[in-house]
Design a binder for this molecule. Structure first.
Ligand SMILES: NC(=O)c1ccc[n+]([C@@H]2O[C@H](COP(=O)([O-])OP(=O)(O)OC[C@H]3O[C@@H](n4cnc5c(N)ncnc54)[C@H](OP(=O)(O)O)[C@@H]3O)[C@@H](O)[C@H]2O)c1
Length: 276
């Protein structure tokens, strides 16, 4: 798919990968629209990328999505590409009894339900175009559970599954469906988690994603995402065991319930999480 002269809507375009998508797609001669929740970040992005069009909208909120749809189509009826990029990632200790039931599912609402609702809202319009595309940003952590950030992995694995189904259901329409399986990258999201090593530069990552779209490759695995793909296929339990070790390192042993030690087979003794 040629990546010039399109009208492209990117969710979460004020930092990290979304900002980089906006920058590179503007440079290719596209009309680029971005969303975000924070008006100050949208204004700052407009300063850096004066050609970009900004919309304040929260993908977690269906009413915001409906309003965004109305505003965007009124101003940009040629919209033909949707990039579902907005996302959040938190470390969560599921043994913490204070976890709030509403807050617990934030990643699912933003990373999974957000793209699903965006697609459903914009799909009739995209299908009415001569050619259109949807690009969903998943993660290497859609390929393997990452117990330190359990809700994030669940949301991205769900988005990957949904994206594959969407591709099948849209195969006889003008809408192509792409997935970027992103590796860890040097963005504010990674900074907030305290991740410092193995991070891919956002400009290289986004360039690889756009190359895949240009070559009509439905799935892109830049950098270390290729390695995760291979290892998760070859030896998924080993990979889970290695990643699981981070849980005890971060949170320590889970508290025994009612003073009883964890039973064999319970998460604390589960062999893949053993540190020795
Ligand atoms: N960085 C990595 O290591 C990595 C690896 C694999 C996959 N990914 C994925 O890549 C995507 C981009 O991540 P990033 O690293 O670039 O993160 P980032 O730097 O934190 O940027 C996230 C963007 O999404 C926006 N956003 C967050 N929640 C939103 C919501 N509810 N509604 C609308 N916008 C929202 C943020 O703006 P506001 O806060 O103003 O809303 C910001 O513009 C995410 O889907 C992430 O899961 C990242």
């Amino acid at each position: 798919m040629d990546l010039r002269h399109h009208t492209i809507l990117i969710t979460g375009g004020t930092s990290g990968l979304g900002f980089e998508f906006a920058r590179q797609l503007l440079a290719l001669g596209n009309t680029v629209l971005i969303t975000g929740r924070d008006s100050a970040k949208l204004a700052a992005t407009k300063q850096l990328l004066p050609q970009v069009h900004t919309f304040q909208s929260d993908v977690r909120n269906p009413a915001d999505i409906a309003q965004l749809h109305e505003q965007v189509l009124a101003q940009f009826p040629a919209l033909d590409v949707l990039i579902n990029n907005a996302g959040e990632m938190r470390k969560l200790n599921l043994n913490d009894p204070a976890l709030d039931l509403l807050d617990l599912t934030r990643e699912v609402e933003i990373n999974l339900l957000g793209p699903i609702r965006m697609v459903q809202q914009f799909l009739p319009h995209l299908k009415a175009q001569k050619a259109a595309a949807i690009l969903n940003v998943t993660s290497g952590l859609a390929l393997t559970p990452f117990p330190l950030t359990p809700m994030y992995g669940a949301s991205k694995a769900g988005l990957r599954s949904y994206t594959k189904s969407l591709r099948v259901q849209l195969q006889h329409t003008p809408v192509r469906v792409f997935e970027l399986v992103a590796p860890a990258a040097k963005t504010p999201l990674a900074d907030r988690l305290g991740t410092t090593s193995g991070l891919m530069a956002p400009d290289k990552l986004v360039a690889a994603a756009l190359r895949a779209v240009r070559h009509d490759q439905p799935e892109a695995y830049p950098g270390l995402a290729k390695v995760i793909r291979f290892v998760s296929w070859l030896t998924p339990q080993f990979l889970l065991g290695q990643l699981g070790k981070l849980v005890e390192k971060e949170y320590g042993q889970p508290q025994a319930v009612l003073g009883q030690p964890p039973q064999t087979g319970a998460p604390g003794n589960y062999p893949f999480f053993a540190t020795k």
